[in-house]
Design a protein around this ligand. Structure first.
Ligand SMILES: [Zn+2]
Length: 470
């Protein structure tokens, strides 16, 4: 039995593994590499013979876990893609959106390079197209949590809640090889406990081998007080000043969490009756998936069972809240009288409708821009968040007069203590724990903590390492 590490090794994107066991070849995740210095891997020949793969198990729908599937399909991959019901719907939205971006980027690059007399390293063909993404979607076979899925006579895979985003799973793979029974647990991404919308991560009590993410392996989340209190302060302060609240957000998960928290404040009259808009076609589609699969949400957020009660997750509906999808409805927000709360994507302000809202609001002294997601180096969001006095948006300079605020505590990833808690029910040490999906520093720091605290064997594999699992 062999495990190939094919991405998210000593970095955080491009999750991809190949398991060879009991005569089968099974991939786990196939994500896009998003850090600039690793992006060329997206174009390389895949390090796996795609025709020989029997199945792909998908832990969850984030782009860094599913974003290269259409590329594999373009190259001839045709095995079933097995994932939990909500992840099937979310992966469809995310892969189709990514295809659109790939096509637009390729076109834009060609135009720009023609002007500049440059030549692109990987040519001008999009990484994949909408058709490739649609073909990938057709291969998805949704399953439920906790139902063992048979992958031939000797292997079963069971998906368990990992508490990261809607439908996110860790996968327990049981293998019977040469009369010996082995269990491999693949963590996917592990979330935090006690989140309002998403269930707590489930625990497991034994495994021979564990592969675990380590995104926040060397950090604990700063406690900045309850999210509701932070948000209430920001919104009330902005309303008093007469401005609007603008929140750049991810379309998946973060947007729905914000809707939940603002809804709680509105229902409890902790903020005045004002218009609250989620202005993003993708976030609108994702919110509908939350309604459709609300039975997968945390107990307090599930469908309202009362007669006459709403259909779907009522915690994602409240008076004054509207989903905005059509372009003309987005433009119509410009003429609405404030104060308003407008959530829009992209979360790091690198594109999309948020840029239009920023242009209108960023120079207003009475408005507030609220950062709720991590802002990567070099993004417009990072520049504003760092306190720039002037920023360039759509080719024009804008003075930054708006108040800049940060909302802490909304991470979808567990911190070091959450990761240790996730392992805590495993009473007998595994033969080996592999740490992936984290920068080398964080993964190694976590490796030291686990070795010292639990006395387990821990390693941090390199890209394309292959290990024999005995
Ligand atoms: Zn994730």
């Amino acid at each position: 039995m062999k495990l190939h590490f094919l991405g998210a090794n000593r970095q955080v994107t491009g999750s991809r593994y190949l398991l060879e066991a009991a005569g089968k070849r099974i991939m786990i995740d196939c994500g896009m590499f998003q850090e600039r210095r690793f992006q060329s891997r997206n174009y390389e020949q895949p390090p796996v013979d795609l025709n020989t793969v029997d199945a792909l198990l998908l832990t969850h729908a984030h782009l860094d876990h599913c974003g290269l599937i259409p590329k594999m399909v373009k190259r001839g991959f045709s095995a079933p893609i097995i994932t939990v019901d909500p992840s099937a719907d979310l992966a469809e939205i995310i892969m189709l959106d990514s295809a659109k971006i790939q096509q637009e980027d390729a076109k834009y690059k060609l135009k720009r390079h023609k002007k500049q007399g440059k030549k692109a390293k990987h040519g001008y063909e999009p990484l994949y197209t909408t058709e490739d993404a649609q073909n990938a979607v057709a291969l998805i076979e949704p399953v439920a949590f906790h139902e063992p899925v048979s992958l031939g006579d000797s292997i079963t895979a069971t998906f368990h809640e990992s508490g990261h985003i809607l439908g996110s799973a860790f996968i327990e793979i049981n293998i019977n090889e040469n009369g010996e029974q082995r269990t491999l647990v693949m963590s996917g991404d592990v979330g935090q406990w006690d989140k309002p919308l998403i269930n707590d991560p489930e625990l497991f009590d034994r495994a021979d081998y564990i592969v675990m993410e380590s995104t926040y392996g060397d950090r604990t989340h700063k406690d900045s007080g309850p999210i509701e209190d932070q948000l209430a302060d920001i919104i009330n302060d902005t309303v008093q000043r007469g401005g609007n609240v603008i929140i750049p957000t991810f379309a998946v998960e973060r947007a729905q969490e914000l809707v939940y928290f603002i809804g709680q404040l509105a229902n409890a009259d902790r903020i005045p009756d004002i218009g609250v808009y989620l202005d993003s076609p993708m976030a609108t589609r994702v919110t509908k998936v939350f309604h459709r699969w609300c039975r997968y949400l945390d107990e307090e957020a599930r469908c309202n069972p009362a007669p006459g009660g709403g259909k779907g997750a009522d915690v994602l509906r409240f008076d004054g809240f509207k989903l905005v999808s059509a372009t003309e409805d987005s433009i119509a927000l410009n003429s609405k009288k404030g104060p308003l709360v407008i959530m829009s994507s992209s979360g790091m302000c690198t594109g999309g409708r948020i840029k239009h809202h920023l242009k209108r609001e960023i120079s207003r002294h009475d408005s507030t821009i609220v950062f709720v997601v991590y802002q990567a180096e070099g993004t417009l969001g990072r520049i504003i968040s760092n306190g720039a006095k002037e920023v360039r948006i759509h080719g024009q300079n804008w003075p930054v007069n708006a108040k800049i605020a940060h909302l802490h505590g909304l991470s979808a990833h567990g911190d070091r203590d959450d990761l240790l808690r996730w392992l805590s029910n495993c009473k007998t040490p595994p033969k080996q724990l592999f740490l992936t999906h984290g920068e080398a520093r964080g993964a190694e720091a976590l490796s030291d903590v686990i070795e010292n605290k639990l006395g387990w064997n821990v390693s941090v594999p390199e890209y394309q390492d292959v290990v024999e699992l005995g």
